[in-house]
Ligand binder design. Structure first.
Ligand code: AOS
Ligand code: ZN
Ligand code: ZN
Length: 390
């Protein structure tokens, strides 16, 4: 069975790295209720310690994304050193311009120059953190837009957004990058200032080479062909990162691959087809999820395994046979090549391969047996549990 993972496939799987978000380890919920879990982290250090468990049993999650100010600490060098001790590194820095009354009508797009300045300065402070922890990517998601037709001058906001982003981009140094995330709704419901990949592309293309698009899989209208967008952004050299999650209805932030495994397969196939899984690929694979009712660490383990499984299946597509069928116009043969790979159960082969690398064959079981959950449940009493947003 294990020989379905050829040496070429293993080479890709070996270098696969999926960045996990610090906020996935805090409590989260809906606007109706936030349920708490025993052992939930009380500070950024404990979030990093939990994230490290995911990497320990999967070998797949070597970096943790931070969110400022949710992960604000006095000493970022100490946080970085702690992460290294735990066997992980600090990754993407996410900015936050959606929890301050000043930003009710916008941040980087605001009509008021003083508020816009404040939002720009927040991003510059995020870059200071990046300098300190050696992080490459600044990820910007903007909760900006309007609810009613006529409420906002959409054109003026687009122009101000360009100016703000230009100032932020100018502060980046070395290998640092800016990735701009788009979302077609929420928290605004009539228009958002970066609703789609085209707007994000137009904005980052105007900045320069180190500005790219972040594609969050939950940020499209139902029925959108997301893999087409993946293809196009890779073709244009502008796919900077993924925020992986899955959804049934809106921006549900459920476990990636849970709602629609076939969609994840199709996305990863286009990532592969476009060079996104090459060793020198500029694409960062990240999770952006919340675990409202399930345990958080196992939820993250399940998530990175889902990405690994669908990557393996995408790698199993017989590309030569697919091309031949496509070129000869054999619709059903082409589709069959694709579906054969999708329907291949790679789990036993992956388990065997993991064991051959000194990792647990069953990471979920290994975590459950580790006693970590019992330990943090007993130890982390008192203090304030972190929640999505703190
Ligand atoms: C919001 O919908 C976006 O997906 C953001 O990427 C992210 O969820 C937010 O920054 C929370 O951390
Ligand atoms: Zn996101
Ligand atoms: Zn989102």
């Amino acid at each position: 069975m294990s020989n379905i993972l050829t040496p070429d496939i293993r080479a890709v799987l070996e270098r696969q790295a999926i960045e996990v978000p610090s906020w996935a380890y805090g409590n989260s919920g809906t606007r109706f209720k936030v349920y708490s879990t025993p052992g939930t982290p009380r500070d950024p250090f404990e979030k990093i310690a939990d994230a490290a468990q995911v990497h320990r049993v999967t070998g797949l999650a070597p970096a943790v994304a931070l969110h400022i100010p949710w992960d604000q600490v006095d000493d970022f060098a100490a946080l970085g050193a702690f992460a290294a001790e735990q066997g992980v590194s600090l990754g993407t820095v996410n900015s936050n311009t959606f929890q301050d009354d000043d930003y009710k009508f916008g941040a980087l797009t605001h009509e008021d120059a003083a508020i816009r300045r404040k939002a720009i300065d927040h991003h510059l402070a995020c870059i200071d953190v990046m300098d300190e922890i050696g992080s490459r990517d600044l990820k910007i998601w903007l909760a900006e837009g309007s609810n009613y037709p006529g409420q906002a001058d959409m054109r003026g906001r687009q122009d101000r957004l360009h100016d703000s982003l230009e100032q932020i981009y100018a502060r980046l140094s070395g290998e640092q990058r800016l990735v701009l995330e788009y979302k077609f709704f929420e928290p605004s419901f009539y228009h958002t200032d970066v609703p789609d990949w085209g707007t994000s592309y137009a904005q980052v293309a105007a900045l320069g080479e180190r500005a790219m698009v972040c594609l969050d899989t939950g940020h499209h209208a139902p029925g959108t062909n997301i893999e087409f967008i993946v293809m196009q952004l890779l073709r244009l050299g502008k796919l900077g990162s993924f925020d992986f999650n899955s959804r049934f209805y809106a921006d549900d932030d459920l476990i990636v691959g849970a709602a629609d495994p076939f969609q994840l397969f199709r996305i990863l196939f286009e990532a592969l087809r476009g060079g996104g899984l090459e060793a020198d690929s500029p694409v960062a694979f990240m999770l952006d999820q919340c675990h409202n009712v399930e345990d958080k660490i196992p939820g993250q383990i399940r998530s990175v395994l889902n990405v690994q499984e669908m990557t393996a299946r995408a790698l199993l597509v017989d590309r030569a046979a697919l091309s031949a069928a496509q070129q000869s116009g054999d619709v059903l043969a082409a589709n069959a090549v694709f579906m054969d790979a999708f329907y291949t159960d790679v789990r036993p082969a992956l388990a065997e391969w993991r064991e051959s690398r000194g990792l647990p064959g069953d990471p979920m079981a290994a975590y459950a047996a580790s006693g970590y959950f019992e330990r943090i449940s007993a130890e982390r009493v008192g203090g304030t549990q972190a929640s999505w947003g703190a």
